[in-house]
Design a protein around this ligand. Structure first.
Ligand code: NAD
Length: 299
């Protein structure tokens, strides 16, 4: 059985569950699958070392690398070709090494699409309010536009970020989207008539008790999605569930992202529910990729 070697390049990766998800599903798919953390902090490197790290991974026979903060934009000029989704978003989180070429993909966008389709079905024609226009927010906004939302309001504490994101949004052929930047002060009023709302800010992460918005402002029957997944039950997710809204927690995007990456890397079809079950199991057991030893070496 050929060895499939994959890595994750970025900073602060020790709590990542991506390696565990890939290896568990890779095994079920019948592969000898190894996923290494290439944590810049642990390796004593910075994003400036990305060209060397990428070249070494390629030379050492890695099939692919996932790329995360702070390298998602910096990796783009180092690639030979980009998937159209990565071009639209301007960020890459998966690089495949194929026949001497490096091809970049954005599976964060696909991950959110998978999460929405699994949790909500179609959102075509809907009005969505999104909080946060950073890395996750960019992938989420492009996914929502690709899924055919009619109107997307983007709110960010940094208005320039929201404006820059909205300027890049392009609806699919034969459709249109009314994408707007919304001032923080106007968000409450707009939520009252929205079909759904997404948190793509870090609020609610770890022990942060804050919520980007009050879900109770949404009409009955609306939905709430959170990108944050440490913890899975954020204050926003808890409040939205308690008020009876449909909820897609941040774990679904993380799982969708892993499934989309595994598909590109292996050419096989991972099972979404099986990966989700593995993911929630790792969370419940408090397992992280950083617990493993001897998996962090390159060059
Ligand atoms: P980021 O720093 O790139 O962007 C966060 C944005 O939120 C910034 O533009 C900031 O100005 C804005 N913001 C902060 N507080 C705000 C507020 N109160 N109201 C409006 N806007 C506010 O961060 P990121 O990489 O986009 O990550 C955001 C969160 O998403 C993190 O918690 C991260 O862990 C999570 N995330 C989840 C997944 C997943 O697969 N589920 C993937 C990527 C990131």
């Amino acid at each position: 059985m050929p060895h499939t070697l994959v890595g994750l390049i970025g900073a602060g990766l020790q709590r990542s569950l991506t390696p565990l998800m890939h290896e568990a599903e890779g095994r079920v798919l019948g592969l000898d699958y190894e996923y290494r953390l290439l944590d810049l902090d642990v390796l004593g490197r910075t994003a400036a070392d990305l060209p060397e790290l990428l070249a070494t991974a390629e030379a050492e026979g890695y099939r692919a690398v996932n790329v995360t903060h702070p390298c998602k934009q910096a990796v783009v000029p180092l690639l030979d070709a980009l998937d159209p989704r990565a071009v639209r978003i301007g960020a890459v989180n998966l690089v495949l090494f194929r026949d001497g070429r490096r091809i970049g993909y954005n599976t964060d966008e696909t991950g959110f699409r998978i999460a929405v389709e699994r949790g909500l079905g179609s959102v075509a024609g809907q009005h969505v309010v999104q909080f946060g226009a950073g890395g996750a927010g960019s992938a989420i906004a492009h996914a929502l536009v690709g899924l055919g939302v009619r109107r997307l309001d983007v709110v960010d504490a940094d208005v320039g970020r929201a404006e820059a994101l909205v300027a890049t949004l392009e609806p699919p052929p034969d459709s249109s989207v009314d994408a707007r930047v919304l001032a923080m002060t106007d968000a409450d009023e707009v939520l009252a008539t929205a079909d759904g709302a997404v948190n793509a800010t870090p609020l609610g992460m770890n022990d942060d008790p804050r919520q980007a918005f009050d879900p109770a402002l949404l009409p009955r029957g609306a939905w709430v999605s959170d990108a944050v997944y440490f913890p899975l039950e954020t204050p926003l997710v808890r409040a939205a569930r308690a008020a009876g809204y449909r909820v897609v927690d941040g774990g679904w995007m993380a799982v969708g992202q892993a499934v989309a990456s595994l598909r590109h890397i292996t050419g096989l079809e991972p099972d979404l529910d099986r990966v989700r079950a593995a993911f929630t199991g790792f969370l419940a057991e408090g397992r992280t990729a950083g617990d493993r030893t001897g998996r962090e070496a390159i060059g």
